[in-house]
Each structure stands twice: as C-alpha cells, then as structure tokens.
Design a protein around this ligand. Structure first.
Ligand SMILES: Cc1cc2nc3c(=O)[nH]c(=O)nc-3n(C[C@H](O)[C@H](O)[C@H](O)COP(=O)(O)OP(=O)(O)OC[C@H]3O[C@@H](n4cnc5c(N)ncnc54)[C@H](O)[C@@H]3O)c2cc1C
Length: 457
C-alpha cells in the first residue's frame, strides 16, 4: 500500500488510533497460528464517524481494507495482505445502553461477548450467543460470521439475537438500521444483509442485540452412550425438555485425547461409542432440576445412558464444560491440524463421519482426528492432523472431507464461515444462481472489492 496514506489516516484517528511496525507484526489474524497482518498499518477508529472517514479516504484511494474484531475467526477471514489496511474495532467497545424492560442492549461492535454477558448479568439478563472464544470474539465479528456456539439449540444463532445494526458501506456511507423493535416490516430488513457477510458488504459499527432473562437454574450432565442409534434416541428425548440449552457430542477420538491429556478431564470411563454434555437452563431451580433428573434416570433405565455424572455445583458445571471446551489440549496434541465445522442432517452424521474418516485414512494412513460438535443443530467439528506437513496438505484434506460431505448433502461451514481458507470450495457448494446473486449484491455495494477482498469469492 501507499505509505503516504498513513499520515492521512493518523489525522483522522489520532496517534492512539494507529499501530505500525512491531505492534502490527506482533499480532496474529488467526487464533491457532501465527499469521501477522502483512501490511504496514492497523487503524483503530474510536467511533462510527472515524470509521466512515477512514473508509471514505480509503475508497478515494482505491485502498483495500480488512476488518478486525477479536481475531478469533478460524476461516482466515481476518488475514491481511501487504497491500491491505487493517481496520480494527477494538477501541469501539462501549456498551451504550441495557434495557431490562425491552430486553435489549445497544453496543459498539468491538464489545466482546464476555464483556456484554458480564455487564448485563448485573441486571439479571443474559446474551445467549455463547462461544468458547467469547473472551475475545466481538459483537461485530460474530455478526459478520453469524456465529453460533453452544446454545443455538435453545436461543438460535447471532441472526436470531440481533434486532438492528449500524454499518459503514465500502464508500463510507453510514447505514443506521438500529432497529429496537421485535416486529418491524418497514421495508428491507437490512441487518440480514450484513449477518454472515463476513465483512464483504460493510463494517459493522454498532448493534442492538436481544437479551433474555438470566436463567436461574443450570443443570449439566456428562454421559456416555453405547451406540449412535442410542445417541440419536437420547437427543430425541432431550429435545422434549423445554429447558434444554446444549447437547454437545464428543466422539471417542476427541474424548480419549482429552481424557488422557493429564488435565483432569475424565468424568466418565473411555471406551464407549460417544459422550454427551447435556445442559438445561431454566427459571425454577427446584422444578428444573427435578425434570432434568427424571429425564436422566429414564434414559438410564431404558439403556440409552451407559454411565453419567451430574454437576452438583457451579465449579463442577465449569469442570464438565472444560471437557467439551478443550481447545488448548487439541492445539497442544494435534497441531498443526485442519479444522472443519460442517453441517449434516443428524440422521446421516455417523455415516458421514465414517466415510470422511475412510477417505482420510486411505490417503493418509497416519491420520489423527478429533470429532465433536453441537449435534442438536447438525454441527460437527472435525480436526485432522496428517503429519508434519498438514498445512501443506490442507487443501487435499479439505477436498476429501468435502467430497464425503457432498455425498451426504451437508454444508461446508455451519458457523465459522468461508473466509479466505475455504473460498475455493464455495462455487461447488452453492448453486450457480446463488453465486450470481451474491456477486451482484457485492458488486452493487462494493464495485471495487475494497472490503475483505480475498474473502468468500
Ligand atoms: C476456541 C474457539 C472457539 C470458537 N467457538 C465458536 C463457536 O462455538 N461458534 C462459532 O460460530 N464460532 C466459534 N469460533 C470462531 C470465532 O470465535 C467466531 O467466528 C467469531 O464470530 C469471530 O469473531 P471475532 O470478533 O473474533 O472476528 P474476527 O476473527 O476478527 O473476524 C472474523 C470475520 O469477520 C469480519 N469482521 C470482524 N469484525 C467485523 C465488523 N465489525 N464488521 C464487519 N466485519 C467484521 C472479519 O473481517 C473476518 O472476516 C471459535 C473460535 C475459537 C478460537
């Protein structure tokens, strides 16, 4: 990029708003690998006006921009090349309003999920989009990727928890669609254009999000099951619980790795077909626990549960969730690995997983995998390590798994998005008409492809 632009950017955002040199190089655009931005500058606007001024300046110079939230995205959507300016929303982290009556919060896009959750908890409220990365993942990033997480089964993805937003278009125009109403059919509901657009149509600067009353009860059990049929039967029964908030499945390859990791995560004996963390959240502690316990004992009596433990305290709840959220163990034991977040009809999940692993085994006899996911909403994560040159083999590994996925009518990304890393596969998994419509929308809003140029298509 033309470095003469840096003083002009500095004039907009001030000294605090500009990072250069080592401050840029020390960052990573990827949570699991060191991938620094390759350009010379990170711009950190303090408000929407500054974002709009930065984007307008860049547009007049045909300068490409990559937007950064918490940089926890795992699809390479935040990777920035040498010619690109990074715009980070990290200084836009104000929680402007929390309304308990309307059950909403008005926030800037750089607020992290955890900061919002902690803040609204003081008023007995909860923001239900809940991810393992919530300490760093931002409202803007989760909107851009339509993030899901652990409680989609109960409260939906980001799209379902968003009332309105504000975004800066690639030419600097500010679109203020800060709707606060649940029902509002006044023209196009533009927020949906930006949800899941992966930063290609605009920079999200503020949002109005839905809140729910903070659940008063949380019951968690960790169980093992004997077969995949039993797993689906258990899911069917669990769905009858009106309080069900998570049904997180771990395959033996995942559970055995975590149970043997020496990190004290071994709630049940290994050696079963699958392991499930079941969580229920409600508003009547005594009744909710009673219903949950009845569900568990019935499932045990009919042979759906082989072994199980229930949490008796908040500490034990956290310990059981740590088994499911053992990203650091996977990183330590499996790196480098190719990670998948795919969607498959629950009835086909087992056949798909077997087929994908067969294809990987044929190509890479030494392959190691971990398989886990939010089964209740069709979402499976697979991590595959095929040796030291896993990174070099990434495309081939993906091709094999995606080939299996096509056979089972699955989706190549359930929640992480296409980013830059899966971009080559998009046309094979979208119809020609969908690709045309997506191109026309992008061309209309960003004819110069200035925002997140390498993302999506
Ligand atoms: C341990 C771990 C667990 C995770 N668990 C889940 C999970 O359960 N469910 C899930 O869905 N994801 C999960 N993720 C992935 C990641 O946290 C999400 O994709 C998250 O939404 C990214 O938010 P971010 O703020 O970090 O965005 P970034 O990583 O900074 O950016 C992601 C994409 O959004 C764009 N973007 C960021 N901010 C904006 C903005 N303000 N306006 C426009 N575009 C923007 C970027 O350009 C990029 O393309 C996990 C990641 C990790 C590391």
């Amino acid at each position: 990029m033309d470095e003469a632009l840096i003083p002009r950017l500095r004039a907009i955002v001030g000294d605090r708003g500009i990072l250069t040199g080592e401050d840029v190089r020390a960052r990573s655009c990827d949570p699991f690998r060191a991938v620094p931005p390759l350009g010379p500058v990170i711009v950190r606007p303090a408000d929407t006006g500054e974002v709009a001024a930065v984007v307008t300046l860049c547009a007049t110079q045909s300068q490409r921009i990559v937007t950064h939230g918490g940089r926890t995205g795992v699809a390479g959507g935040a990777y920035a090349g040498p010619e690109e300016v990074v715009v980070s929303l990290e200084r836009m982290s104000r929680i402007e309003e929390v309304c308990g009556v309307s059950q909403l919060a008005v926030v800037e896009a750089g607020v992290t999920i955890e900061a919002l959750q902690s803040h609204v908890a003081e008023q007995g409220l909860f923001y239900p989009v809940d991810l393992g990365s919530k300490g760093s993942a931002t409202i803007g990033g989760t909107i851009a990727t339509n993030a899901g997480g652990n409680r989609v089964l109960r409260w939906g993805m980001t799209r379902q928890n968003l009332l309105g937003l504000e975004a800066v278009l690639p030419d600097g125009t500010v679109v203020c669609a800060m709707n606060r109403l649940v029902k509002n059919n006044t023209g196009y509901d533009l927020k949906h254009l930006f949800v899941g657009s992966e930063g290609t149509l605009g920079i999200v600067t503020r949002a109005v999000v839905r809140l729910v009353p903070a659940p008063a009860s949380q019951a968690v059990a960790f169980v093992s099951v004997a077969s995949q049929d039993g797993l689906l039967a258990l899911l069917g029964r669990a769905r009858r619980l009106s309080t069900l908030s998570a049904f997180e499945v771990m395959w033996p390859d995942y559970y055995e790795l975590v149970a043997e990791s020496g990190t004290g995560r071994r709630p049940v004996e290994p050696g079963r077909a699958a392991y499930v963390l079941i969580e229920a959240m409600g508003y009547n502690e005594r009744l909710d626990q009673q219903v949950f316990d009845e569900f568990l004992s019935e499932a045990y009596d009919v042979g759906l549960i082989m072994e199980g433990v229930t949490a008796a305290s908040k500490k034990q709840i956290a310990e059981l969730w740590r088994v499911r959220e053992a990203a650091e163990v996977i990183v330590r034991e499996m790196s480098p690995f190719v990670s998948f977040d795919i969607s498959v009809d629950v009835r086909k999940v087992e056949a798909f997983v077997a087929r994908a692993k067969d294809l990987l085994n044929e190509a890479y006899p030494m392959v190691r995998t971990v398989t886990f996911g939010h089964l209740g909403d069709n979402n499976i994560h697979i991590g595959a390590h095929v040796g030291r040159d896993t990174v070099a083999q990434e495309h081939r590994v993906e091709s094999l798994v995606f080939r299996a996925l096509r056979e089972f009518d699955g989706a190549i990304t359930a929640e992480h998005g296409i980013g830059q890393l899966k971009r080559g596969f998009l046309p094979e998994h979208k119809s020609a008409g969908e690709m045309t419509a997506m191109r026309r929308i992008r061309d209309a809003l960003d004819p110069g492809r200035l925002l997140n140029h390498e993302v999506l298509f």
